[in-house]
Ligand binder design. Structure first.
Ligand code: BGC
Length: 380
């Protein structure tokens, strides 16, 4: 009997071991990078799309045109994979017209008032592409650049290293800026983005990613519950340029310190919400010291999907997709109506080059700009 019991235990342990090893092996077998032709630009540059699959079988598609995150498939609470970012299926559509879907943004994410700033006593004039202001790097920003791409394979992640040399004077910015963006898609379902840049002349830099998330994969984002770890935000004027004030969020619709649905207060009679047609503001994140910390969390209750944002940056632009207006048809024929996607753009504050009291966006020759952001996907 004793012998039989022991045999049973050994057999059971063996089975557990084999299935554990099997799982891990199967996990590793899932990890993959597939490179496909995505198309050609008008300048005949060949563009690829890379499918990064992690050990869980979850996948992110990224193209080297604009460094765009084209799709991002993560499980819901029942394990069903769904695409949680807005975008298109073809390169041509991205080239034709895109409100920065999933793109890398540079040299300066967000707005610079009147497209002007002064460095060392010299006034620089940038391309103006948003009323009288400069937005997201100008007319041909990093979102429209064809980046060099190199695949990354690590034991616990797959990724893509994108590099781009932005020439002196591009869109009006001084200095040759050499930029590297590393996307890593980890086995913890984290999309990690590391940005670095160096320059040969004094310049300004503020890089970000412009993914529009919809954790339900359809409909509007008003029922998504949002938390932002910020006691203050930067109020703006009608052109969405910060006034320079750091205003407390207390007793305003900007208070997301406790989780709150996006739709709960978006229609309130509030001057700041009117200027943005909803949320389109920069939050002054708490505990900024250049280290990585969790700054925001979004939860969608019907699917149980959650995205948490970690960053080294001082600011976060929460944009509730107010300018989407149903004129864009995206993936799988989806018509993107107002507020069908939300952006959480980690960044330095808008118009920092003209606001000496804001954290500096200056980059000097010999220095290295670094910034890290993680979007981590889980369920509840
Ligand atoms: C800005 C919006 C702008 C959008 C463009 C956001 O980052 O804050 O004002 O309309 O980008 O898609």
């Amino acid at each position: 009997m004793d012998y039989l019991k022991r045999l049973c235990v050994i057999l059971l342990a063996g089975t557990v071991l084999v299935s554990l090893v099997g799982c891990t092996m199967q996990g590793n077998a899932n990890m993959n990078i597939e490179k496909r032709l995505f198309g050609k630009t008008d300048q005949a540059d060949v563009v690829h799309i890379y499918t990064l699959t992690n050990a869980n079988g979850c996948e992110v598609k990224i193209t080297n045109y604009g460094g765009i995150v084209v799709s991002l498939k993560v499980p819901d609470k029942t394990g069903k994979l769904g695409d949680v970012v807005l975008g298109y299926e073809t390169l041509d559509k991205y080239i034709e017209k895109s409100p920065y879907f999933g793109a890398l943004i540079g040299r300066y994410g967000n707005r610079i008032g009147k497209g002007k700033f002064t460095l060392d006593g010299r006034v620089y004039t940038l391309a103006v592409n948003n009323g009288e202001n400069h937005l997201h790097g100008g007319i041909v920003g990093f979102d429209k650049a064809v980046w060099n791409a190199k695949e990354i394979k690590q034991p616990d992640a797959v990724g893509l290293e994108l590099t781009y040399l932005s020439g002196d004077g591009e869109e009006g910015y001084p200095g040759n800026l050499s930029v590297t963006v590393r996307y890593l898609w980890t086995d913890d379902n984290e999309l990690k983005i590391d940005y670095t840049a160096t320059t040969d002349r004094l310049t300004i830099v503020n890089l970000t990613n412009h993914s529009y998330f919809n954790l339900a994969g359809k409909g509007d984002i008003l029922g998504h519950e949002l938390m932002i770890d910020a006691d203050r935000f930067t109020p703006v004027d009608e052109g969405l340029i910060p006034t320079g004030e750091l205003r407390s969020v207390a007793e305003t619709p900007m208070d997301f310190r406790k989780p709150m649905t996006i739709g709960a207060r978006i229609e309130q009679d509030d001057e700041q919400l009117k200027f943005g047609l909803g949320y389109d503001h920069n939050w002054v994140l708490n505990r900024y010291d250049g280290s990585l910390r969790r700054v925001a969390r979004v939860c969608e209750s019907t699917t149980g999907r959650i995205v948490e944002v970690y960053t080294t940056e001082p600011g976060l632009q929460f944009y509730s997709g107010n300018f989407l207006d149903g004129t864009i048809t995206g993936k799988c024929g989806a018509v993107y109506q107002q507020r069908y996607g939300l952006c959480l753009e980690t960044q330095h504050f808008p118009d920092s080059p003209n606001k000496p009291d804001f954290p500096s966006t200056l980059l000097k020759p010999g220095e290295r700009y670094t910034s890290t952001t993680i979007y981590k996907f889980t369920t509840q």
